[in-house]
Write a protein that binds this ligand. Sequence first.
Ligand SMILES: NC(=O)C1=CN([C@@H]2O[C@H](COP(=O)(O)OP(=O)(O)OC[C@H]3O[C@@H](n4cnc5c(N)ncnc54)[C@H](OP(=O)(O)O)[C@@H]3O)[C@@H](O)[C@H]2O)C=CC1
Ligand SMILES: O=C(O)[C@@H]1CCC=N1
Length: 269
Amino acid sequence: MTIFDDITQRGMVLLGCGKMGSAMLAGWLAEGLPATSVHVIDPKPSDWVTGTGVHVNAALPDAPAVALIAVKPQMMGDALPALQGMGGGGTLFISVAAGVTIDAYERVLGATSPIIRAMPNTPAAVGQGITALVGNGASSAAHLDGAEALMQAVGRVVRLETEDQMDAVTGVSGSGPAYVFHLIECLAKAGEAQGLPADMAMDLAKATVAGAGALAMQADETPAQLRVNVTSPNGTTQAGLEVLMAELPDLIARTVAAATDRSKELRDG
Ligand SMILES: NC(=O)C1=CN([C@@H]2O[C@H](COP(=O)(O)OP(=O)(O)OC[C@H]3O[C@@H](n4cnc5c(N)ncnc54)[C@H](OP(=O)(O)O)[C@@H]3O)[C@@H](O)[C@H]2O)C=CC1
Ligand SMILES: O=C(O)[C@@H]1CCC=N1
């Protein structure tokens, strides 16, 4: 039985359905997960969530196949007790919260419950996410396979060797879409400054980032070689890169370090 069959039969509880919960839900519904198998708990569900046909703040199944935790780390203490007592029926707990450790979940849900930490990202909404996974001692290979299948429905999945790696993953791919969106904003603004109409500059910026991303994923060449392929000797790209490469490596290193450090600070509240 696949995890989707199991969810269709026994249900999934989604604790917190804001930006990340909705991104994943959108991806799963697009993949054919029946809305009626999903039970959302959220104090202020969006119109989009209520419009999907999922159960919202209604009675929960006793033993759902999956309970997925997508509240902010700061709300975890208030939110998590809603799932206490679900562990007996073989429910797989998956949390996407930054910083909150497996140990903290075990204290509330029990160390014999299978608990998997996942760090997805919002491109999951269009099936282009990437998620890192790591499980607790009670998570079997089948639990990890189930979590992987669930997250693969909304993108790619990598498995971590140790939970410690989760902070760096959060700094790179969890937060990473925001860095890329800011790059798009900056590229568009720069195009405007060079005389392009705002709409056209934004179209060019978005298509360039999307196209470069797709090429980086599909090409046999490394991103470094793809960069060289754009750069004619003494041409326009070289002139631009001379400015960018003087600043960007250090800036990105500091950006990822700050996000990783913040993930470490969020540990256990
Ligand atoms: N956004 C992202 O790109 C990513 C986020 N994450 C993680 O996902 C989690 C959620 O983040 P994000 O979706 O951005 O945050 P949001 O604030 O958008 O979503 C959290 C949702 O949980 C709701 N909530 C608050 N208290 C409770 C409660 N007691 N019970 C149930 N629901 C509650 C919030 O309602 P209200 O707004 O009314 O408080 C909100 O709708 C975080 O832990 C974050 O670290 C992980 C990867 C990427
Ligand atoms: O900003 C945050 O804390 C969350 C975790 C990764 C992306 N968003």
